[in-house]
Write a protein that binds this ligand. Structure first.
Ligand SMILES: CC(C)(COP(=O)(O)OP(=O)(O)OC[C@H]1O[C@@H](n2cnc3c(N)ncnc32)[C@H](O)[C@@H]1OP(=O)(O)O)[C@@H](O)C(=O)NCCC(=O)NCCS
Length: 282
């Protein structure tokens, strides 16, 4: 990788990091609202984990980004992206090595991966089990929606402390900082007592779901899907083979299952079931 330096992502790099990563994922950020949302998503892990965010810099140009977060004993890869014209020349591996070093001492790791074969190779060789996943896409058949479960209620910032134990038990660490970020960004948080919670953004699909039991998980997923009133393409992502409860719900809701990406797991985060990870923050 001649001429490429891996260094910390500084505040001044945020715009370039957002642009570069959007181009790597072929994300259309021509709409200002989409660009703002993507920038905020890239800014969140920098604000919580400034020592876990890196750029690959070639002659003063940001050509790649890696972001990792640590929550208690859990390390998650939040972002790994290299500009299309700089890919396959080793920058991705060098960035991942730095992001992994930030997780030294963590006893569990999670990466919601894209289907990019280079990414899957990097994660597998870094000691992660690669669990293939489905994405559920399409328009919801609203006639299939069951009557709303009265036990599911809308939650907010005041609920976060009570919800921390669920994610700690199921995936190794609470989502508190990420739930604050999601709520600030307009997402809706739903809670079923102390049995589980889900986050969804109307029109943009289900973002996260964690529960202790499958009945609670299914009720939460139905409630989250019901929010997607006008969505042409609601999506539920990173559905592993362990989540047959979710397979049943999304199929009954009229969505299509398509193979997409993998959930990569290292160490012992927890049972990871019932669980639909958050793409950016697992
Ligand atoms: C995935 C990505 C970050 C990898 O970065 P990169 O700089 O392009 O990749 P690298 O050059 O570091 O190569 C990574 C590995 O893939 C291997 N590789 C190269 N071409 C490959 C191919 N066609 N199929 C499989 N592996 C391939 C490399 O040999 C290397 O493995 P090695 O270090 O064991 O030899 C980058 O391609 C990217 O941004 N892709 C689009 C966005 C994305 O999907 N990001 C991952 C999100 S989880």
């Amino acid at each position: 990788m001649p001429g490429v330096q891996i260094r910390r992502l500084e505040a001044a790099d945020l715009d370039a990091a957002a642009r570069t990563s959007a181009s790597a994922f072929a994300l259309d950020v021509s709409e200002p609202s989409t660009a703002d949302r993507w920038r905020a998503r890239v800014a969140h892990p920098v604000s919580t984990d400034p020592d876990g965010a890196f750029v690959a810099d070639r002659d003063g140009r940001v050509i790649g980004v890696a972001q990792a977060i640590r929550r208690e004993r859990l390390w998650c890869l939040s972002l790994l992206a290299v500009a299309p014209d700089a890919q396959t020349s080793g920058a991705g591996r060098a960035l991942l090595d730095r992001a992994l070093a930030y997780g030294a001492g963590a006893d569990a790791g999670l990466i919601p991966s894209s289907s990019d074969p280079r990414a899957l190779r990097l994660y597998a060789f870094a000691g992660f089990s690669v669990l293939p996943t489905f994405e559920a896409v399409g328009a919801i058949d609203r006639s299939a929606l069951p009557r709303a479960d009265p036990k599911v209620r809308e939650a907010g910032l005041a609920d976060l402390e009570a919800l921390a134990a669920i994610a700690r038990d199921i995936r190794g660490a609470p989502h508190t900082l990420e739930l604050e970020f999601a709520l600030r960004s307009g997402a809706r948080l739903m809670r079923l007592g102390d049995r589980g919670y889900a986050v969804a953004t109307p029109g943009r699909g289900v973002w996260l779901l964690v529960a202790y039991d499958e009945a609670a998980a299914a009720a939460l997923l139905w409630s989250a899907l019901a929010l997607d009133d006008d969505a042409e393409r609601p999506s539920v992502r990173w559905i592993t083979a362990e989540q047959q409860w979710a397979v049943e719900v999304v199929l009954r809701a009229g969505l299509r299952l398509v193979p997409s990406g993998a959930l990569c797991v290292r160490g012992l985060p927890g049972p990871l079931r019932p669980f639909l990870p958050s793409g950016p923050f697992a």
